[in-house]
Design a protein around this ligand. Structure first.
Ligand code: G3P
Ligand code: MG
Length: 258
């Protein structure tokens, strides 16, 4: 189970202030005071796990085309920082190993989102976990998550003791049965779809509810008021400053006791 869960989790590092899913973004999240970061992991052509969000290279690197068309060496020659700001020129696409080493140095918890290129659900889960497992110190907070049920099934099979978060965008009718089947510890849901009722329904399953992506303090306040345990934010420092003492206290871990 999840023993600790902060109220704010840096989304793709600190995406508002640094190029997402880079080492600079992870450093920035820690600098802003985040205790956990969320990053996305996908495979290269030679099946090496790297941090990137999109299926294609175009938006966040100097490359073009699908991520799994390049080997790691080719991908590492790309620039993943300049698109965001010239200050980040030369910032590479990090490997999962590099990211984990930095996260360890910075003392952060991690939510690793397994983000397979379509059709590579199982192999992405298998490689990401095989890479992460020997590097991850026992006791450091870790949550594995995915929108893709086969990735969660791989995590359940290969590393069952690590909590799994079931990511939902448009929830399927049988989301609750799937959450039970994959042994989901948390429900990680799109904030824009949430109401007091929807959050109550998720919490009624006994799981903490995490919502992505919240960059507005008033919305965070509303979600926390409905019993949301934690929010993914591109701006962990700004939100922490704006919410201040309201962030004190434990994140609710189970159903609403009222
Ligand atoms: O894991 C929370 C959030 O990152 C899920 O959506 O598209 O930003 O990976 P996305
Ligand atoms: Mg993500």
């Amino acid at each position: 189970m999840l023993s600790t869960l902060p109220r704010l989790i840096g989304h793709r590092g600190a995406k508002e202030s640094a190029p997402e899913n880079t080492l600079a973004s992870i450093r920035e999240a820690a600098h802003q005071g985040a205790r956990w970061v969320e990053v996305d992991v996908m495979l290269t052509r030679d099946h090496r796990p790297v941090l990137i969000h999109d299926d294609t290279l175009d938006r966040t690197t100097t490359g073009t085309g699908a991520v799994p068309l390049l080997d790691l060496a080719e991908l590492q020659a790309l620039d993943a920082g300049t698109w965001f700001d010239p200050r980040f020129v030369g910032e590479p696409v990090p490997t999962l190993e590099q990211a984990v080493a930095l996260i360890g140095e910075l003392g952060l918890g991690l939510n690793l989102e397994i983000k397979p290129y379509p059709g590579q659900e199982e192999i992405t889960g298998e490689v990401a976990l095989a890479t992460l497992r020997p590097l991850w110190p026992a006791g450091r907070p870790l949550l594995l998550s995915s929108f893709e049920v086969p990735c969660l099934e791989v995590a359940q099979r290969l590393w069952p003791e690590i909590p799994r978060g079931y990511l939902l965008w448009e929830p399927p009718a049988d989301w609750a049965a799937i959450a039970d089947r994959v042994g989901a510890a948390t429900l990680n849901v799109d904030q824009s779809r949430q109401t007091a009722e929807s959050v109550a329904a998720y919490r009624a399953t006994g799981r903490p509810v995490l919502t992505y992506t919240v960059n507005d303090a008033a919305r965070a306040r509303e979600l926390f008021g409905w019993g949301v345990a934690a929010v993914f934010t591109d701006a962990p420092g700004r939100l922490a400053a704006e919410l201040g003492a309201e962030l004190a206290g434990e994140a609710p871990q189970g159903p609403d006791p009222r």
